[in-house]
Each structure stands twice: as C-alpha cells, then as structure tokens.
Ligand binder design. Sequence first.
Ligand SMILES: [Fe+2]
Length: 362
Amino acid sequence: MAKHSARVNRKTKSQISKRNSGYGAVIVLTDFKVADISIAPGGDIGCHRPAEKSLPTLASLMSRPGYRYIPNDGSTSLGVVDPDGTLLAGIFTGPAPRNASSPSWDTAIEDMSSLMERLRREEDVSFLRGETHHRRGNYTLVSSGITHGNGRKIPGNLRERHPAIVEELKNSEAVRRVVGHQDALFRYNAPKLYAHCADQVDELLAHHQDLQRPFSHSVYTTFTANMGPASSTFKHVDSQNDAHVWCAITNGGHFDFRKGAHLVLYDFKLIIEFPPGCTAILPSATVSHGNTAIGPGETRYSLTQYINGALFRWVRHGFRPASGLTRNDRAERDGDAEDRCAKVLGMFSKTDEILLDRECLL
Ligand SMILES: [Fe+2]
C-alpha cells in the first residue's frame, strides 16, 4: 500500500483528553443554533451560496446590526458555541514546542509564510489568472489532494499545475507541523465528526490505492496553500466540501490583526481578530466566512485543509456513481434526506460532553 494510504491516526493523548477541553474563552451565540446550519438535501455538502466579489471594511461590518467584535491577541483559544453549548467553531493558539530544542510555533509560521512567498515569486508568470483571481479572492493559491465531482466519473488526485511547489510544501517541516496541528484540532474538538471522516477516508483509500492524501499524518484529503501576497478571502461558503468536515485555516504573514484579516463568521455575526499563528476550525461547507482586508504593504498567507463532499457519497454508494445504483439500492444506502442532515449535526459536540466524545477515538 502506498505510504500516504496508511490508516488515519485516531490517537488522542488521554491525559490531555481527560483534563482539558481546551478553551480559554467561550463565545456564546444567542440567535444561532446548530440546527440552523443548512446542509444540502442528501446530507453530503453545503447549500450553494454565491460568494461576494470584494472584501468588506471593518467599519462596514461593525455597522451591521447584531455583529459582535471579538478581541483575540492569540494567547488563548476561543470556542464558539450555540445557546445549548454545542461547539460550532474554534480559534486556537499554536501548540507548545515538542521539546526544548524544537523551533517555536512562531518560527514555524514564519518559515511557512516565507516559503509560500518565495515559491510564489519563483513561479510568478506561470500562474493562470484563475489561480490568482478566483471566487475566494485575489491572491495566488495552489491545491493538492483528492477530488471528485464536477464531471469526474471517479475520484482522482488533483492534476497539479505546479508539482514542484506542491512537493516543496509537502516536504516543509513547518508546513507539516501546521498540518499536524490542524488535524489534531479537528480530532480533539469535533471527535465524532472526525471519527466519521477517518472511517470514510480509510474505506476510500483502501478501495482506491491510487488515491493519495497529501499528508499521512492528517485525515484531510486536500490542502490549499494561499500564497499571498494578501490572502484575504471574500465572504463565501465552501459548499462542495463535506458537511461532516471542519476545515482548518492557519494564517501567517505580517499584518496588523487589530485592523485587518479578521475572521468574519457571517452566519454567527462575529468579527474575530485572527493574529498570525492562530488556527480556525469551522464547518466551512455550511457556515459563511471570510476576512477583512489587510493594509497596503502587509502580507498574509494561509494553509487550509478540507475534504471534498462527493468522496463520502462515493463510498456510501459502494464506489459507484449514483447512476449505477437501482432506485431501491440508492434509497437503502442514502436513507431519509432529513435524517441524514440531522445525523451530521448530531455529531457536533457539546463543550460539556467533549471529553466523553473523545473516547470514540481512544
Ligand atoms: Fe473557505
């Protein structure tokens, strides 16, 4: 079996799991419940919503009724919960160094950022316009991993236009550390969703041994490097991502986080300061999100990981297109559409149950 087809790591450190749910502060939403999350009929992906075509100013967001500004200097971790305590998203600090000789998290973020800057500059003219101006914003991006849908007959590895960039990113110690941290945050904060994803990814890769997730130490099947120079995203949902998946976003660069690059969670009416080195995890297929602009001359880079929603449907359908199933077989495999959506939302964890939920991974 190919190296990157190894089973997904489900380990959690039990001493951490039992002791610490991990939030320095909790933001309680007053008018949004987990049941308000809109999943497309079928329970696989988010509902399509058109992206906006420009970045909002902080002032324009602050003037919107009901929006809350959340200060965050990056020194503590924030959980976003609904009125019943169900965790809907989180913004986290970096991990502690593994040992006294390992580089600090700040160093890793600086290394990731300068690598992206160098790789973008070196490749420069060979980027297509669609790689520098796209529905999420006006900055350069490179993706790698497994995809399906959009006319594909079977899942496949993304065709890479910049294999040298992808290879360098995948081999970077700094990027690999960020990838591992993102995976751990998803695992610890949405353990039931993570376990579901791990099962599906394992099944997919056991069946299709040609498929390669980019990093063997992460459940995610795809990553995107947002390579700057000013990677702020327009308001959007990643509706083609799987509804079970909390995508992860770690940012770097040099910007004034009090003035720009805020993480805006539109459905929650939250404007959160998002300093370099912080990682956000959120159900990006279903929750509308984006950033504010950074200032002239400032830079921002980010690394995101996610899973395409058509992949798990492919697994559920027995590694066949829906058109290859009889009506009865499909009805049996899909079940009731509303039940499937409710089942996804039922896998979100409440903060007071999260330590118990983590046991599904032990
Ligand atoms: Fe996104």
